[in-house]
Design a binder for this molecule. Sequence first.
Ligand SMILES: Cc1cc2nc3c(=O)[nH]c(=O)nc-3n(C[C@H](O)[C@H](O)[C@H](O)COP(=O)(O)OP(=O)(O)OC[C@H]3O[C@@H](n4cnc5c(N)ncnc54)[C@H](O)[C@@H]3O)c2cc1C
Length: 257
Amino acid sequence: MPHNPISRHQIARLRHDTRRRTLTVATIEALGTRMRRIGFTSPELHDFVSASPDDHIKLFFEDAGGQSVMRDFTPRRFDTGAGTLTIDFALHDTGPATQWAAAAQVGDRLAIGGPRGSTVVPDDFDWYLLIGDESALPAIGRRVEELRAGAPVITLGLVNGAADEQVFATRAAWSGHWVHRNGAEDAADGAAALLGALKALALPAGEGFVWIAAETGVAKALRAHVQGTLGHPREWLKASGYWTKGLADAADKSLDG
Ligand SMILES: Cc1cc2nc3c(=O)[nH]c(=O)nc-3n(C[C@H](O)[C@H](O)[C@H](O)COP(=O)(O)OP(=O)(O)OC[C@H]3O[C@@H](n4cnc5c(N)ncnc54)[C@H](O)[C@@H]3O)c2cc1C
C-alpha cells in the first residue's frame, strides 16, 4: 500500500543547551585489542541529554604544547539517575584523545561539552544498514540497542580481527557482519574490504535507512556505492568521515550535506 511520504521517515533536528561538565573515570575495560571502554561518573550528568545514537560530545584535552584541544566522541551509554556516562575509545598511533584514553586511570578527570544537537532518525524504517570502523562502533552499537523490537538491522563493521568484533544486546532483529583488517592499516584497503562485503549483502525489501561513518575516504567510497550504484535515496542516507588519514582533528561530518 502506498505510504504517506509526509508522515513517514521524518528526520528531526534538535538543539540542546550546551554546558561544560567535568567527569571522573570510574571504570576501564578493554574492548577487544584496540578499544578501551571508559565509564565516567559526575553529579553534573543528572541533566545530560543525548537524543540520538550518533550524537557527539566534545572532549577537552591538552596537546603536547599544553594547548587545549577538542575531539568528538559518542555518548555510548548514559544514565542520568546514576550520573554515569560511557565512552568507547578506539586506540590508534597518536593524538591527544587516544593518548589520554590509553593512559587513563580510575580517578582521572575529563571535561566534556555538549551534545549541541541531535539528528533523530525515526524508528519507522523497514530496515537499517549501519556501516563503520572502530570510531563508529559506539554509535552503531547504541543504535542497534535502541531500535524497536524486531526491526531488521544489518551492521557491517571494520575491525582488526575476530577478537575485536562486538556483541550488542538488542530486541531488534540484528545481523552483524565483520570485515577484518588483519593488521593492514591502509584506509584504501578498508574501503575495498567493506565494499566487497557490502556487495555480498542481501538487503531486505522496503524502505531502509543507511548510516555510514569511517575514515573520510572510506566513507566517501561507501556513500558513492550506496547512493550511486544501489540508487539509495539521498535523504535516507547519512554518511560521515569520523577521521581523516594523516590529519589531526579532521572529521568531515557533512559528506551527505
Ligand atoms: C561525530 C563523531 C563521533 C565520534 N565518536 C567516536 C567514538 O565514540 N570513539 C572513537 O574512538 N572515535 C570517535 N570519533 C572519531 C574521533 O573523533 C577521531 O578519531 C579523532 O581524530 C581522535 O582524536 P585523536 O586526538 O586521538 O587523534 P588526532 O589528533 O585527531 O589524529 C592524530 C592521527 O591519528 C589518526 N587517527 C585519528 N583517528 C583515528 C582512528 N580512529 N584510527 C586510526 N587513526 C586515526 C589521524 O589520521 C592522525 O594521523 C568520532 C568522530 C565524530 C566526528
